[in-house]
Structure formats: C-alpha cells, structure tokens
Design a protein around this ligand. Sequence first.
Ligand SMILES: C[S@@+](CC[C@H](N)C(=O)[O-])C[C@H]1O[C@@H](n2cnc3c(N)ncnc32)[C@H](O)[C@@H]1O
Length: 214
Amino acid sequence: MTELARSRGERGELVLRRRDDGALELRVNGVFVMDDQETSSEELLASAALEAVRHPDRVLVGGLGLGYTVRALLADSRLGQVIVAEIEPDVVSWMRSGLVPSILDDPRVGVVVDDVRAVVTDLPDASVDAILLDVDNGPDFLVYNENSAIYSSGFLTTCRSKLRAGGVLTVWSSSASAALETAVGSVFGTCAVKPVPVELQGRPELYYVYQGSS
Ligand SMILES: C[S@@+](CC[C@H](N)C(=O)[O-])C[C@H]1O[C@@H](n2cnc3c(N)ncnc32)[C@H](O)[C@@H]1O
C-alpha cells in the first residue's frame, strides 16, 4: 500500500492510496469510498441517464470522486456542458495535479467546489437535462451524516424543479433502499431501480441506481 496524498478538512480526513493490487483508492475518515478497479456502477449512473434523455445537453453531477461518471458522460458527443459539484477541494486539486487521471481539461466540464445541495438550489428552474447524484455510499451507509438530506423528498423535489421536460434524476447507492425508492417515486411518480452486480476485491456485491423521470 502506498499513500499518495492525505488531507484533513472540515469533514475529516481524505486519503488517496495505491493498493498492492495496483488499484487507486479513495477513503474518507477511514471508510472505503471507491477505487478505480470496479467502476461499472459509476459508469452505469451516467449511461442510465444518457439512455433516458432524448437530447442530453446540460447535465449536473454531484460528486467528482475519481471521475468515472463524468468520463462516461463526456464519451457522449451530445453532451454540451457538465457541471460537477464536489465538496472536497482536495479531490479536485488531486485531479488537477495529475495524481488522479483528469477529465477536467475537457472544455465541457466546469467544477464548482461546494455542497451539491447548494449548487442544485442555485440552478435556474428547468435548466438541466439530468442530475446525477453519487456523493456518498447511499442513504443507509453515510460517510457524511449531513448528506442524509440529499436522499430526502425535499431535496429530490428541488432536483425535479431544475430539470427540463423529459429530464432525469439518477441516484447511486451501495445498498438497496426502500426509503429512497419511495422518495424518488413520490417526487417523480415512479422510480426505476437498477441493481448493478459488481465484484469488490473478489467479493460479489450489488450496487443500485435509482431513477426518476420528469
Ligand atoms: C463515491 S465518490 C463519487 C464517485 C464518482 N461517481 C466517480 O465516478 O468517481 C463521492 C464524491 O462525492 C463527494 N461529496 C460528498 N458529499 C458531497 C456533497 N454534499 N456535495 C458534493 N460532493 C460531495 C466526495 O468528496 C467524493 O468525491
């Protein structure tokens, strides 16, 4: 294990490290957040949104992480602008410095270092085609307790108001959450649940993507 970077901020300690199996791993307060070896669910968060929207042009992503969701969006030439809300300044600076392979030099990407709740709230109504949320391990395994509000019907209603007609919200979760399915369903009418089989360091697991369309 090689530690590549460590920082301490308002919400605790962030560590970027290279595991012995070669994977790049991000941890927050000692908790595994993600690695670059199993990124299919982060990519599916993007492809589920791209498939559901007829003309995806302007999209907001909550949580830069290691950049896999944003990279999957940028592979679609229909995308004109991706706004990324990332709360940890060091996650952004590690990517800018090249410690993490960067997607920030793509002219379609703009990063706002702030809480995704504030960034979404500041958007004009009906101004984005999709909102993709992957800011935590899901409502039942929070890294940051303050993020529980992100999975509530109040914030999901705010998200809906920022979507253009035909727009879509997709939310990543590391576990099945009946409460999240109910909240998305109550705001959007229905909630599509997409389980994603993944292998985590040899262990089979299921991650989930929840989706509502306006
Ligand atoms: C699991 S990672 C995102 C992974 C990303 N989908 C990818 O493909 O690499 C979660 C990210 O969300 C950030 N984050 C956590 N809470 C946030 C919040 N309230 N607003 C914005 N970003 C947040 C974390 O710092 C972290 O970079």
